[in-house]
Design a protein around this ligand. Sequence first.
Ligand SMILES: [Zn+2]
Length: 284
Amino acid sequence: MPELPEVEALAAFLRENAVGRVVARADLAAVQAIKTFDPPLSALAGLEVTGASRHGKFLDLDVSGLHLVVHLARAGWLHWRTGLPAAPPKPGKGPLALRVHLDDGNGFDLTEQGTRKGLSVYVVRSPAEVPGVDRLGPDALEVDRDTFARLMASRSGQVKGALTDQTLLAGIGNAYSDEILHVARLSPFKMADKLGDDEVVRLHDAVRAVLTDALQRQVGQRAATLKGEKRSGLQVHARTGLPCPVCGDTVREVSFADTSLQYCPTCQTGGKPLADRRMSKLLR
Ligand SMILES: [Zn+2]
């Protein structure tokens, strides 16, 4: 799932390439993707793109005061297209959800892979009208240490869940929370409200460091790799069974019904593997 660094890189790309252009038309290919009807999608046509920004993991294209807000969900992405075909796409076929044509013949496609469709598009007069945007906590890149400490202390649940709860802190998902906890040398199962002062400081520093690094990589490579979501520099996320780049221990996994987390036992849990029935079979 695209998280803060990926969505910010998309916004930066759109600021350079779409702002100043006029929307020629928007073709909806996946009817279920659009969640609003007033103003209609067609209201964007003829209006100039005046800005592109991000609210947590939501992308916000400002079109002369109307906002095209996008949540990419698990497998959504934005593909920049040069020289779009004039013929409208066939609805309901393939990954295409929405195509936006700009007046210079370029534009972008919003796509979503897989059968579980979660990509959401909203046309609103204010981003705050979008469900989810109105309830976002402070942005993970902006939150200061005191506020961060207060948020963690308010949360009687596991720190992994606290970091990824968008109403508490906006922008972090499954991948970067694994990375942040690894850098902070904290177990994902540690209770957020039981963190010591030094642990909160480490965690806040790790949030900054991991997101800033990822953002720099994403923005640096965006022109070349806007073809698909690509991440590099991950140390534990999606690296089950591989050596931890810090200590050499084997990265382990805890799997849940429809997600999983990765961590390094030596760096994060005092060498002790976290309980996971499926993994203990694999690693026996
Ligand atoms: Zn390690």
